[in-house]
Design a protein around this ligand. Structure first.
Ligand code: GLA
Length: 562
């Protein structure tokens, strides 16, 4: 059975399903002030830490009536819907329907793994779609300190060392996006890079990652500001030596994992790795391209494994939830322990690691993950291995990631890796997908095969205006300011004076005119408008800007008030 038939999506109880209405949940917790800003390079020490993430989020604990088979642990009723593809183990659910495997749930059929009935959010209305769009960009890094090579700016790449971070940066859209200051002091923009999962699943080897890293540079992603090459599940078959140290297959990873981290660093990039919070990782429950891998999780070895990753040279670690979910672990407790282990590792090696929480939105990570991590997944997988890119997965993931009060510089809601440039998407759909991630200030981890990337895909991934929106140093999420039966307007406050990124999104089945009213986005009567994807300045407008948007398509604007 391929992954498409057996995979799951993460949490997200109700409301993530397509076509399901659903209010927009939002978490209302108060957030501590974000850390300082450090643009650029690798080890960044200093940065003030951001704590907080108060309470909130419309909680749907237990996921009463999750339709569509999202995940639902403990949920009273989770029925498989159009999205329920098989399902990982759903633990606890009383009647989740639909899937192939369920642990714990009384009659779980179908549902993706769920843990804890996530909470909330999104929902809104689904769509499908495509689009065209265009923008400005800015440069920042006004005062990036410390780094030997910290370059600000929308497409800046980090330097090798950027310290301090409390006051660096500056510009309107300084990016660089990946310099971190440790798990609680990451003070830079949403991480930008590439991750192996969407295109290669468990089949990865040194040679595959090396080829992608080479293409990362030769294709221009590095020059555009992308930095991370992230090795996802599949690198480890769960084996350890007698001291409990992770061992890997020498034929696949000659020189061990340090060799590939070294290679990636040699290209001036940063390296990411992956594990699971539980005993057995996703490669055990849902092997893809390799045999089932028992033991492929870090439970019982948190200090040892994260120190090992740091010693190998990894700058980023994603921690999945297959084992944690299956064992019924408490997300906040497990991920907090992991965050502590990462900090201990960093204290020992001096190498900070971006910490990416991947529990699919279970147990409302937007309420607790901001204080312990750089990014946290808010929903299930955007694509299953071998599957086709689908707006009906992109839009719900976007909706589920809207927790504006949880987000601050260095701490991001994560709607999942990008599927820009993967089979199934037109140029217009790739643009809408990218625009949605940019308007929400999401991490940008490309998932397409970089060796065969088309010029169109490259143009979408590297558009400097879009990247500047995504990396805007205010790190605010866009919010929905108007919605007329699926004709939606999202506005994101940008740094600078009276600047907004505005997305006009048509979630209806026919083309329609969508109007961005300046009053709705907090501007006065006069503003200039730029169409980002067209790369065209449209001049000064009065009161509003209206444009026809094709069905399931969007237009991305930068609007600057007088
Ligand atoms: C889960 C995660 C994905 C990917 C796979 C690997 O599904 O959500 O992003 O890491 O596991 O098995």
């Amino acid at each position: 059975m391929n992954r498409a038939a057996s995979l799951w999506i993460g949490a997200l109880a109700p409301a993530v399903l397509l076509g399901c209405g659903g209010g927009e949940g939002s978490s209302t917790g108060s957030l501590g002030a974000g850390g300082g800003v450090s643009v650029g390079g690798a080890p960044s020490s200093g940065g003030t830490s951001s704590t907080g993430g108060g309470s909130g989020g419309t909680t749907n604990a237990g996921g009463l009536s999750a339709t569509g088979g999202a995940l639902d642990t403990g949920g009273a009723k989770s029925t498989g819907g159009s999205l329920a593809l098989g399902g990982k183990p759903s633990s606890g659910g009383t009647s989740s329907t639909g899937g192939s495997k369920s642990n714990g749930g009384t009659t779980s059929a179908g549902g993706l793994p769920s843990g804890g009935g996530a909470s909330d959010t999104g929902g809104a209305k689904s769509t499908g779609g495509s689009s065209p769009l265009g923008g400005t960009s800015s440069n920042g890094g006004a005062a990036s300190t410390g780094g030997s090579k910290a370059n600000g700016g929308a497409t800046s790449t980090g330097g090798s060392k950027s310290n301090g971070g409390t006051t660096s940066t500056g510009g309107a859209a300084s990016s660089g996006g990946s310099s971190v200051g440790g798990t609680t002091t990451n003070s830079s923009g949403p991480p930008m890079g590439w991750a192996s999962w969407n295109s290669f699943a468990g089949t990865i080897t040194y040679n595959i990652i090396k080829a992608q890293a080479d293409a990362f540079v030769s294709s221009g992603l590095k020059a555009a500001g992308y930095q991370f090459v992230n090795i996802d599940e599949g690198w480890w078959q769960g084996t350890r030596d007698s001291s409990g140290n992770i061992t890997t297959i020498a034929a696949d990873w000659p020189g061990g994992m340090q060799a590939i981290a070294d290679y990636i660093h040699g290209l001036g990039l940063k390296a990411g790795i992956y594990t699971d919070a539980g005993k057995d990782g996703c490669g055990y429950y849902y092997p893809t391209g390799r045999p089932a891998a028992p033991g492929s999780g870090s439970e019982g070895h948190y200090d040892q494994d994260f120190l090992q990753f740091s010693k190998w040279g990894f700058d980023f670690v994603k921690v999945d939830w297959c084992g944690g979910n299956s064992e019924g672990l408490d997300s906040k407790t497990a991920y907090t322990a992991i965050s502590n282990s990462i900090q201990k590792a960093t204290a020992q090696t001096g190498r900070p690691m971006v910490f990416s929480v991947c529990n699919w939105g279970n147990q409302s990570p937007w309420n607790w993950a901001p204080s312990i991590s750089t990014m946290w997944r808010t929903s299930g997988d955007i694509i299953y291995y071998g599957g086709t890119a689908d707006m009906n997965r992109v839009l719900p993931n976007f909706d589920s990631a809207l927790h504006p009060t949880a987000q601050s510089l260095g701490h991001y809601n994560d709607p999942d890796m990008l599927i820009v440039g993967m089979k199934g998407f037109s140029l217009a759909q790739n643009r809408t997908h990218m625009a949605l991630w940019a308007i929400s200030g999401a991490p940008l981890l490309a998932g397409n095969n970089l060796e065969s990337m088309s010029a169109d895909t490259k143009s979408v991934l590297t558009n400097s205006d879009v990247l500047a929106i995504d990396q805007d140093p205010l790190a605010k999420q866009g919010t929905k300011v108007a919605d007329t039966s699926g004709l939606q307007v999202y506005s994101r406050v940008l740094s600078g004076t009276n600047r907004r990124a505005v997305l006009l999104l048509n979630r209806t089945t026919s083309a329609a005119t969508i109007t961005a009213r300046f009053a709705d986005i907090g501007l006065g009567a006069t503003a200039t408008v730029r169409d980002v994807w067209a790369g065209t300045d449209l001049g000064s407008k009065t009161t509003s800007y209206a444009v026809s948007v094709p069905t399931y398509d969007s237009v991305l604007l930068i609007v600057t008030g007088a």
